[in-house]
Design a protein around this ligand. Structure first.
Ligand SMILES: Nc1ncnc2c1ncn2[C@@H]1O[C@H](COP(=O)(O)OP(=O)(O)OP(=O)(O)O)[C@@H](O)[C@H]1O
Ligand SMILES: [Mg+2]
Length: 258
């Protein structure tokens, strides 16, 4: 039995393949401007790597904001359900999932059976999301994967007062122009995202264990700031970006066996 989970987000598309209950392969690719094409590309690449073809698939579940356009999917399921399912598979003790992607952030509360019972979401603006960090990395002239390292060098924090991404970007530019240390500004930016995320966590109420998924989980400085804010030790999976696609693949498997 071969199933696939496809998660097409605003920035990246992921595919996870499960064969006879085992995860056999995954891919992460940029979404680009066409989510339908991104899904096809990612699925083809995953199947090709395994020497398989589309007709070999028994069931496909699609999730993510681009899921509507994925014709090959047998079923479409929300990101909330898929990230929850993926997280519980990775650690059955997880009760709170924080997913921070490129354009939104969400906090999902799971019950003792690992099912979603509440969630809070910020999808209204870029503040508190991966996009915010990307804009700020650019302003600080570092790559997105260098932002955490920069922040870790800071001895102090320069607080960022603007909430909005556009205003925060001008604030960062003028702080740099005033000669404030870039690493301290970077630390302030991570604090700002951690504050926003902690606010979302408070809305649903935190229960341990807590796991973070989505690309922003790869940012160590943010995870550290969140650990301090929430007074917990957040679990970071080995590949946090595929949690949604993994959940989708697991749900595909359940559809077939139900
Ligand atoms: N190596 C890395 N180091 C730090 N941050 C990273 C790294 N790789 C990705 N990111 C962050 O992850 C974000 C993308 O996350 P993800 O791939 O989960 O988004 P998405 O699922 O496409 O978006 P959404 O779910 O909001 O539609 C980027 O904006 C960036 O901030
Ligand atoms: Mg996503």
């Amino acid at each position: 039995m071969l199933v696939a989970g496809i998660d097409v987000g605003s920035l990246t598309a992921e595919v996870v393949l499960i064969k006879d209950g085992n995860i056999i392969h995954y891919v992460i690719m940029p979404t680009g401007s066409n989510s339908k094409k991104a899904a096809e590309r990612a699925l083809d690449s995953a199947l090709h790597a395994m020497g398989m073809k589309e007709p070999d698939l028994d069931y496909v579940v699609a999730t993510g904001y681009g899921r509507i356009s994925i014709d090959i999917a047998d079923k479409r399921i929300t990101e909330i359900t898929c990230h929850g399912r993926g997280a519980v598979y990775l650690n059955p003790g997880v009760r709170t999932v924080i997913d921070i992607g490129g354009q939104d952030s969400k906090v999902i509360r799971l019950n003792d059976e690992g099912k979603v019972f509440d969630f809070a979401m910020n999808d209204k603006c870029a503040a508190g999301t991966g996009r915010f960090l990307e804009v700020m990395a650019q302003a600080l002239e570092v790559g997105i994967d260098e932002l955490a390292g920069l922040s870790e060098k800071a001895r102090d924090t320069v607080a960022i007062s603007s909430m909005c991404t556009v205003f925060a970007e001008s604030e960062v530019v003028s702080l740099i122009a005033r000669g404030l240390p870039r690493e301290e500004i970077a630390r302030g930016l991570h604090q700002s995202i951690a504050d926003r995320t902690a606010g979302l966590v408070r809305r649903v109420g935190m229960e341990e264990l807590v796991m973070i998924t989505g690309g922003v989980a790869k940012n160590r400085a943010l995870v550290k700031a969140l650990n301090e804010k929430l007074v917990t030790t957040i679990i970071v999976p080995e590949e946090p970006q595929i949690a949604g696609a993994l959940g989708a693949a697991l749900l595909a498997q359940e559809e077939l066996s139900s």
